[in-house]
Design a protein around this ligand. Structure first.
Ligand code: F6R
Length: 263
């Protein structure tokens, strides 16, 4: 696991976007796409690079991490809408190449199995973008999710519904259920890139990076990921015991290992 601590959210967006761009620019690249606030800076940086002609994502495939169950696709907070407005359109992606789990399917289990099959058929996810919930969830894999889990329906934890109430008019409007890629699905991605900003994420980041690997903190499974990069600002890093070591390591990273900035 590589931990990169940067001064602020703007730097997190810049460095993380460069990591995404390096993978996304490869032919037939497949991205896993998180929603929520954490990756928005990444998407803005990528959109700016596309706008100035430095990046072309028109053939990049994408699979959203999750989707609410119980709200229509046209709802502005459905992840289908969010992915369209924050990712597909600004990044110039082809809507036919970007999938979101179908939270409206009549046969939810079949829809989840089909989503897993579509990821496999695309050759698997090259880079999975992740945020982390204050309770340590990744995707909507809430505490005690199985490490072997695949895309499936989950009940959102009360804390997650409260945290996401800011996107709705009230907490009652936040759906109670969702579809999410499983921890097993996320662990099969070739690279995982988790971003977190702000002090409210400090405990979750510390637990994910330095705590015991436990399903009570689902993101802690990333300690077993073959290539996980955690990019955080100083506030989100404030609970890390080994913060000085991560800073030193990043400062001394060999030039050839550094991802070139997006220009
Ligand atoms: C979103 C997702 C969630 C969020 C997490 C953090 O697709 O899967 O795990 O990444 O809840 O949310 P924000 O970024 O809004 O703080």
């Amino acid at each position: 696991m590589e931990v990169i601590i940067l001064s602020d959210a703007a730097q997190v967006a810049r460095v993380a976007a460069a990591v995404v761009a390096e993978v996304a620019a490869r032919p037939n690249a497949v991205l896993g796409l998180a929603t929520g606030s954490s990756p928005l800076g990444i998407y803005r940086e990528l959109a700016a690079a596309v706008e100035r002609g430095a990046l072309d994502l028109s053939t990049t495939r994408g699979f959203a991490l999750d989707e609410y169950v119980g709200i229509p696709e046209e709802h502005p907070q459905s992840y289908a809408s969010v992915i369209r407005g924050e990712v597909i359109e600004p990044l110039g992606m082809d809507p036919a190449l970007v999938r979101v789990p179908d939270g409206r399917a009549r046969d939810i289990e079949a829809a989840c199995d089909e989503y897993e099959a579509a990821i496999r058929a695309a050759g698997g996810i090259d880079l999975q973008i992740l945020g982390v919930g204050a309770n340590g969830h990744i995707g909507f894999n809430e505490p005690t999710s199985s490490f072997a889990s695949r895309t499936r329906i989950k009940t959102l934890a009360p804390r997650t519904r409260e945290d996401n109430a800011r996107f709705f008019d009230s907490v009652e409007e936040v759906p109670t259920h969702c579809l999410t890629q499983g921890l097993g699905t996320i662990m099969e991605s070739r690279c995982a890139l988790l971003v977190a900003q702000g002090e409210a994420k400090a405990d979750a980041v510390a637990a994910v990076v330095e705590g015991p690997v436990t399903s009570v903190v689902p993101g802690s499974i990333l300690q077993h990921h073959r290539r996980a990069t955690i990019v955080v600002d100083e506030a989100a890093a404030s609970g890390l015991r080994l913060a000085d070591y991560y800073r030193w390591t990043y400062a001394h990273k060999p030039e050839w290992q550094r991802v070139p900035p997006l220009v």
